[in-house]
Design a binder for this molecule. Structure first.
Ligand code: NAD
Length: 435
């Protein structure tokens, strides 16, 4: 049965759309692209229903004894969107902005992302509503351990494998792994990825997302007949993803003309020195005051004259208000959900080539998959092996998404969703419905 927008049939499969109308709602951002791709695929309505509903949503209270002896109760969330292709995979974020809607959207994005790069994982996401900057290290450890134990029944190398996300890191993953292992009475390294290398992490994981962004940008430039040598690149966000992308693109010969972080940024059309900026940030925390180049704001960075724009910070930064002013020819979405669905149309009308998040930043989960494989095999790979295998997967995935987009005369984002939905749907159809 076909799914056609505007018909009553469509209304039936999307009964609660009005609840999610805000442009900045990440669930809306995900669902509107999913709906369109599902419609183009003539996805079976029953399967549509299955894929739009997360398999499991856990909301849990996380009581933590503070250093001053008082107890504070936080709210923790874990959503497993889909596990048909393998264990669910997705990060844990600690942030005041965590909501169930956001976690649901991020979990579904993980399902599509893992399917785009064709690794045997489903999608999940988790979070705790908290401000980690207000917690001491020991409070953060107790919060992590209590949250882990409260969702422990879903965790496991064969069922749900977390990773770092906003405000969580290798340190937090080590606590998750230790808590899980204490409950299981033996060491289980494969229960999380993004761990320290000393305890089962993978070489190349820290750089993997930025390396993936560099690789797909290289593919996109080649496809558009633009040279990488001298390509002018602007990067929003100078954390893990942004700084590594900038560094690797510069090493490939691109000119990094602008970079910014949460506080502000710098611009120099002749090119910025990434290593020098990294050294500055290490000392001063933020780019503000960096002496070489002109100071620019976050908003200005998005609209500077450049060939490639890499939003690698946070969600909804490219929206209906600023999409019309963007001058880049290519956007490589290092962040998750940096572009709202409303902005998609504006960018497309301007002829901007967007490499969507579920492809562009999939290098991270790809090397997480390598980490899980290495942990389970107990055999660890050299860094160049990790990087070569990552490159093969990113290049192949870019080509497969581009081929799907070309075949249907659609943009890469919808091409990526279609490829992902097709792969997840195929597994559902083969497995059938357990009743
Ligand atoms: P990070 O915390 O290391 O860095 C974030 C950077 O963005 C910092 O420089 C911060 O100052 C800056 N920033 C925050 N808000 C900003 C704003 N409003 N404007 C400009 N800059 C801002 O985080 P990260 O790991 O680099 O993740 C960045 C994005 O990439 C997130 O959306 C994350 O979900 C996504 N992502 C990360 C990975 C990974 O492996 N780290 C993988 C896939 C996707």
């Amino acid at each position: 049965m076909s799914i056609v927008a505007g018909t009553s049939e469509f209304a039936v499969i999307r009964p609660d759309k009005d609840r999610f109308l805000a442009e900045e709602n990440p669930f809306e951002a995900m669902m509107s692209r999913f709906d369109y791709a599902a419609q183009r695929l003539n996805l079976d309505p029953g399967l549509y229903q299955v894929l739009r509903h997360p398999e499991k949503q856990i909301i849990t209270s996380v009581p933590v004894k503070k250093d001053n002896g008082e107890v504070e109760v936080f709210t923790g969330i874990r959503v497993i969107h889909n596990s048909s292709r393998g264990p669910a995979k997705g990060g844990i974020r600690f942030d005041m902005n965590v909501t169930l809607d956001e976690v649901k959207a991020l979990a579904a994005w993980m399902t599509w992302k893992c399917a785009v790069v064709n690794i045997p994982f489903g999608g999940a996401k988790g979070g705790v509503i908290c401000d980690p900057s207000q917690l001491s290290m020991s409070e953060l450890e107790r919060l992590t351990r209590r949250y882990t134990s409260s969702i422990i029944e879903v965790l496991g190398p064969d069922s749900d494998v977390p990773a770092p996300d906003i405000n969580t890191n290798e340190r937090v993953m080590a606590w998750v792994m230790d808590t899980y292992s204490m409950h299981k009475r033996h060491t289980v390294t494969a229960v999380v990825t993004g761990k320290p290398v000393e305890m089962g992490g993978s070489l190349g994981r820290r750089e993997a997302t930025g390396r993936g962004c560099m690789l797909v940008t290289r593919q996109a430039l080649a496809r558009l007949g633009m040279p990488l040598q001298g390509a002018r690149v602007a990067v929003q966000g100078f954390g893990n993803v942004g700084s590594v992308t900038a560094d690797l693109l510069a090493k490939e010969g691109a000119t990094i003309v602008a970079v910014c972080d949460k506080v502000g940024g710098v611009y120099d059309p002749k090119g910025l020195d990434v290593a020098d900026m990294l050294a500055y940030v290490k000392e001063h925390k933020f780019l503000t005051g960096y002496p070489k180049g002109d100071a620019i704001t976050n908003a200005e960075l998005l609209t500077v004259d450049c060939d490639v724009l890499v939003p690698a910070a946070t969600e909804n930064v490219i929206n209906s208000k600023n999409a019309g002013q963007i001058r880049a020819k290519i956007i490589c979405e290092g962040a998750n959900g940096p572009t709202t669905a409303n902005a998609d149309k504006i960018l497309e009308d301007k002829g901007i080539y967007v490499i969507p998040d579920i492809l562009a930043n999939a290098g991270g989960v790809t090397v997480s998959y390598f980490e899980w494989v290495q942990d389970r095999g107990g055999y660890f790979w050299e860094e160049d092996v990790v990087n070569q295998r990552l490159e093969r997967i990113m290049v192949r995935s870019f080509d497969e998404v581009a081929a799907m987009a070309d075949r249907h005369k659609l943009n890469l984002r919808i091409g990526a969703y279609m490829l992902a939905i097709e792969r997840v749907a195929a597994v559902h159809q083969l497995r059938g419905m357990y009743a």
